[in-house]
Design a protein around this ligand. Sequence first.
Ligand code: ATP
Ligand code: MG
Length: 434
Amino acid sequence: MRLSRYFLPTLKETPAEAQIVSHRLMLRAAMVRQHAAGIYTWLPLGFAVLKKIEQIVREEQNRAGAQEMLMPTIQSAELWRESGRYDDYGKEMLRITDRHERDMLYGPTAEEVITDVFRTSIRSYKDLPKILYHIQWKFRDEVRPRFGVMRGREFLMKDAYSFDLDTATARHSYNQMFVAYLRTFARMGLKAIPLRAETGPIGGDLSHEFIVLADTGESEVHCHRALLEKPTPEGVDYDADLQPLVDEWTGLYAAADEMHDVTKAASLGDDLVTARGIEVGHIFHFGTKYSAPMGATVTGPDGDPVTVAMGSYGVGVSRLVGAIIEASHDDAGIIWPEAVAPFHVGLINLKVGDEGTDAACASLYDALGPDRVLYDDRDERAGAKFADMDLIGLPWQVIVGPKGLAKGVVEMKNRATGEREEISAESALARLSG
Ligand code: ATP
Ligand code: MG
């Protein structure tokens, strides 16, 4: 993409309303614009990152055996009356009345919708297990929307739902999602630690939150240092028994502040890490909480009806954009991990209009392709170009000017380390294409 044509209205000033670094940088780097409290428009740069994150989530869900579908954003209140949540949900639910005076709502989550699809479509235990998911916008009328996309009112969530015949197989579905989450966050360059979470009114159920460590996180967490150093599971066979792997991850001490066991934590000594964190995912096994009141049953092996055991598994896709920035930035701007970067390379032309420089840039641009390179071909001061490129945080910069070209070199800069190297345009191309 040529920057002269790209819609990238970066800001020089730090917007006063933004309290945390990711929000400031997302506004300055022209990733989002606020439309109303907690509601954002995603501009091209922000949207490109959102899509990359979404795609990683999708690939890891598919790998674990979950199937993608798409449920509506606007839901009928009737289903929520059946599950009993219509009155319980409170003011966070945005309630809408249509022209026929029917009660509708903007979905804050989709347990009721998926349970309804399930009960009208699946009749036999032979069709189990199933894990279905979608990546769809949600609305929750949060009391205090803040921190930009991290606590929005409208936000993009991946929510998956599992259906099993009994608790033992439901546990396997849960473990599949648990492992998929470890892989998903690691692929984005994040350290996410699983924390045993409170499950609310239904005791005895199983739930974990996945927390990314960042100073601005809303929750305080305590964990064993070894949890931060564990390598990501590779080459996972999702059909195999995943319990030993999950036990390895849940066997080490990790607790949110409210569940923190001070005595146990103290026994860890120097191995105890206390930090702040951002919740990027949350998985639940809740058994028959929705399937029982909504009548989601299948015919079991002996011919009797069985109420299915369910779980739900959320990832905050749009929150992750902010969380990654919280975890990866410096004073100059964002530092995108390669896997989620909107472009791989920023190409800076130091002398637009100079025939040799223009030609060298054009040939690099063509060779790398417009999807991988953001080419700063604007007639601007070098300083402004450097500042914008650092701000938007692409992993690599290639800086091309007449002085270097006279020596047969361009400059290649690694955004994360700041390392600079003078190499030939051909070598730069070879490295960036690798
Ligand atoms: P929180 O405790 O942060 O309010 P939650 O427990 O209400 O979140 P879940 O229902 O578990 O959220 O939703 C699944 C995921 O969706 C969360 O882990 C989080 O990453 C994301 N999420 C929830 N609420 C918001 C929001 N208001 N803005 C952005 N992302 C959100
Ligand atoms: Mg949660």
